[in-house]
Design a protein around this ligand. Structure first.
Ligand SMILES: Cc1cc2nc3c(=O)[nH]c(=O)nc-3n(C[C@H](O)[C@H](O)[C@H](O)COP(=O)(O)OP(=O)(O)OC[C@H]3O[C@@H](n4cnc5c(N)ncnc54)[C@H](O)[C@@H]3O)c2cc1C
Length: 387
């Protein structure tokens, strides 16, 4: 694989950086990456990106994009991630492309332009109390009654449902077919009668949500793909969801280095060989994260399946974040445990916060144990082990 940026990519990046440095954009920058994800509901920000021609840059022109390459789309998301700006990842990178691939002409016309302008954003409704890693065991039902489905069930850990306009919902449409074959994907407006969203607070003080669906009527025209064929839609969308940006970690690492170099109490760390060794290893690992995430984009541009490569980058980036914040908390002393807002907290308390946030990134998008299984089977061609 060629990891060099072409002249075209370099020009795109220069222009993008210049745009993102404007004060009217910078006012949307947040404290850290988790805060940026929480702020994703800021529709005014996405409208501004759209007006500047950047939203959906990698989407085909016929759907309002610019026909840009996956590398340009990757550069774009990484730049937002580095600056702790909202990204709208799930809607733009996962739901939108899945709609482009599986949606009807009418669905594309209805949803895609509004996704780009920031009017619509999606929460992804897969997980349930008894269905996480084993998603095919999901129990939410959608029973066909004429032109509508009657939907009943419960979802858990649904990121962004507290501000999203729609739910990209996985529901069982056949009890008779084998588990994977009886599932369909439905688009459900969050404000549809019978939908209740209840916030769940995470250990990092963030929000995710439970969703209760009680006799919710969903038009058959809101089904994406064929009835009972939702597994193909879900797996395609999940492949795209897992290529987490690495730049947020890179930025946190830069902050850690700056704190080590600048703070009086921390400066002596740089005389400790063991600490320096660890920092050097982390620097190499951040670069590996850049290459792993870029490789996914390269493969997409080549038309080569990127499932295993996506899982690799997800495992690497999420675990690197945890190692990096662990190193910060181990070496910066007791003060590193001070939270955001505490005057004495090194790095403004970001390390303490990210330390609580980082374990969740090993779970969201599918737990890392399952990703390792995907890498073994799809990447290395190994056979499934007995459990
Ligand atoms: C930050 C965050 C955001 C999320 N956002 C969403 C969202 O927007 N939409 C959504 O639908 N869901 C979301 N989820 C839910 C997430 O997809 C599930 O939590 C995840 O798939 C794991 O499911 P589970 O919690 O039921 O754990 P389980 O599947 O019960 O797994 C528990 C543990 O068992 C082990 N395990 C399970 N299966 C295997 C296996 N096959 N091999 C080896 N070990 C295994 C692992 O150690 C795993 O950590 C989010 C979760 C988090 C933390």
């Amino acid at each position: 694989l060629d990891f060099a940026l072409t002249e075209r990519h370099a020009t795109f990046l220069r222009q993008l950086r210049s745009f993102l440095s404007r004060p009217e954009v910078r006012r949307f920058e947040t404290r850290d990456e988790s805060a940026a994800l929480e702020a994703e509901g800021d529709r005014a920000f996405f409208r501004m990106l759209y007006d500047a021609g950047y939203q959906g840059y990698g989407w085909p022109e016929e759907y309002g994009g610019h026909g840009g390459s996956a590398i340009e789309q990757w550069l774009y998301l990484e730049e937002l991630s580095y600056r702790h700006l909202p990204r709208g990842d799930l809607t733009l990178s996962s739901v939108g492309p899945a709609l482009i691939r599986f949606g009807t002409a009418e669905q594309k016309q209805r949803y895609l332009p509004r996704i780009l302008t920031g009017e619509y954003d999606f929460a992804v409704g897969y997980s349930e109390p008894e269905a996480g890693s084993d998603l095919a065991s999901l129990q939410t039902t959608a029973v066909r009654e004429g032109d509508t489905y009657l939907v009943n069930g419960q979802k858990v850990y649904i990121t962004s449902a507290h501000y999203a306009s729609h739910i990209w919902l996985a529901a069982r449409t056949s009890a008779e077919l084998p588990r994977h074959r009886g599932i369909s994907v439905l688009i459900v407006p969050v404000d549809a009668p019978g939908v209740t969203v209840r916030e769940q607070r995470t250990q990092a003080d963030g929000l995710t949500n439970e969703i209760f669906l009680d006799d919710v009527r969903v038009p058959v025209g809101n089904r994406v793909g064929e009835e009972n064929d939702g597994w193909a839609v879900i797996t395609s969308a999940l492949d795209l969801e897992r290529n987490f940006p690495y730049s947020g970690v890179a930025r946190d690492f830069e902050l850690l280095l700056a704190v080590c170099a600048e703070e009086r109490d921390s400066r002596q760390l740089l005389n400790d060989d063991a600490v320096v060794d660890e920092l050097v290893t982390l620097a190499a690992d951040v670069e590996a994260a850049r290459l792993l995430t870029m490789r996914v984009a390269r493969l997409v541009d080549e038309g080569t399946p990127a499932t295993a490569a996506s899982s690799m980058s997800k495992v690497w980036v999420s675990e690197l974040r945890e190692r990096m914040t662990s190193a910060a908390l181990s070496h910066l002393g007791d003060r590193a445990q001070l939270a955001v807002g505490e005057a004495e907290a090194p790095g403004g308390g970001v390390f303490e916060h990210i330390y609580r946030w980082s374990p969740m990134m090993k779970i969201g998008g599918g737990v890392n144990e399952v990703q390792r299984d995907v890498i073994a089977r799809r990447g290395l061609g190994l056979t499934r082990g007995s459990r």
